[in-house]
Design a protein around this ligand. Structure first.
Ligand code: PMP
Length: 406
């Protein structure tokens, strides 16, 4: 008789990495001040977070969350559908809608649940949902939870999108879902071309802008960056990155949001965001609206690091945002490089297959508005030492980069 747990015996990769002392996951930080952290007793420069604007340590954000904790307590103990809606939730809904330029917005307990609930609420049997091959896992999960049919096109490849749509029945409902900024590659979706194709086939468009809001388009996101806010049907964001909190939201026309609100099971059957998290996000939003200097500093830091890592001879792929992958390709060498960088006091995120396609393993680095040059130069020193020691640097790439910078 087969035992359900038989598969456990075949799963050995994580234990093998642990035995080799290079297992990088579920390892705890004991302290974080944003730009630096304490990892297993060692102070490290943090270039492995999504805290783009550095607002997790902003005293105003912290105080707003602490005050909300005092006033409203630790939990709303219910779904937004029933006892879990505070006036604060409604205020944040309204403020987010205005910020991204849509009629209405609706906040969910997490970004993951936002995609799960939105896609499965809108895509029904007989409909199609068409997504980029590199779309985030929770977009894929939202599609799987829907009763519609999932189609994928090659990453940011417009002719592949066109071809995919051309094969679908004209009368079927269609939703194209893309990331605004890709969470691993750090590249921006070609929204103008995607919108043209969507128009050609009568498809709706949803942009997951988890890594775009606060970052692209002066902080208002990727649709705003391209001047296409009205053409994009749905804009999704999360609070677990620039907003220094946790939670997610969907924004669009009032009727669409009204429909999602009454059909998204991940919203209806899950407890709402606690007040301290709502207040942290609201305060972060206010800072984004009134203090553009954080966004400016973020880009200065990101550009400095992308240019410096490329000039050093690292492969940073097609990044053009504050997410800068350092592509090493081999899974084992990536784990070794991660550990070596930790030893040099630099915290990055190793991403190996299946997080990225085979032979695309990388150290995902990402930057904050609050990084000082001294932090960034410490990280670059670490990359120089580790790159030379592990032979990760391509001298010809460094020469080419120097040529192109000159
Ligand atoms: N979409 C994208 C593109 C993401 O990168 C993430 C989180 N990494 C999510 C959605 C999910 O967001 P959350 O952490 O709020 O669940």
């Amino acid at each position: 008789m087969a035992d359900l747990f038989d598969k456990l015996k075949k799963f050995s990769q994580a234990k093998e990495a642990m035995e080799l002392g290079i297992y990088p996951y579920f390892r705890a930080l004991s302290d974080s001040e944003g730009t630096t952290a304490t990892f297993e007793g060692k102070e490290v420069v943090m270039i492995g977070s999504n805290n783009y604007l550095g607002l997790t340590t902003d005293p105003r954000v912290r105080k707003a969350a602490a005050d909300a904790l005092e006033r409203y307590g630790t939990s709303v103990t219910g779904s937004r559908f029933l006892n879990g809606t505070l006036e604060l939730h409604l205020e944040l809904d309204r403020r987010l809608a205005a910020f991204v330029g849509k009629e209405a917005a609706l906040i969910f307990p997490t970004g993951y649940q936002t995609n799960l609930g939105t896609i499965s609420a809108l895509v029904h049997k007989g409909d199609y949902v068409i997504i980029d091959k590199d779309a985030h896992a929770c977009i894929v999960d939202g599609c799987m939870l829907s009763r519609g049919e999932l189609k994928r096109f090659r990453h940011s490849d417009i002719s592949s999108l066109d071809q995919t749509l051309s094969r679908l029945p004209e009368e079927a409902g269609k939703l194209i879902v893309v990331d605004g900024v890709y969470s691993m590659g750090g590249d921006i979706a070609p929204l103008p071309e995607i919108i043209d194709i969507a128009r050609k086939y009568g498809a709706r468009v949803m942009v997951d802008d988890a890594h775009g809001i606060g970052v692209t388009g002066d902080g208002r996101g990727t649709a705003h960056h391209f001047g296409l806010t009205d053409e994009v049907d749905l804009i999704m964001g999360t609070f677990s990155k620039s907003f220094a909190s946790i939670g997610g939201f969907i924004a669009g026309d009032a009727d669409v949001v009204h429909y999602i609100q009454h059909h998204a099971r991940s919203l209806i059957f899950s407890a709402a965001l606690p007040a301290p998290n709502v207040m942290a996000a609201l305060t972060a939003l206010e800072i984004m609206e009134t203090e553009p200097e954080h966004n400016r500093r973020l880009w200065e830091n990101a550009n400095y690091m992308r240019e410096s890592l490329t000039a050093m001879g690292y492969d940073t792929g097609s990044s053009n945002t504050p997410i800068v992958p350092v592509i090493i390709r081999d899974d084992y060498r990536t784990a070794l490089a991660w550990q070596a960088l930790i030893n040099e006091g630099v915290y990055t995120n190793p991403v190996v297959s299946p997080g990225v396609p085979p032979n695309q393993a990388m150290l995902r680095t990402s930057y904050m508005a609050t990084h000082q040059r001294e932090h960034l130069n410490r990280a670059l020193d670490g990359f120089r030492i580790v790159g030379e020691r592990l032979d990760l640097i391509d001298a010809s790439r460094a020469t080419r980069a120097e040529g192109s910078l000159a």
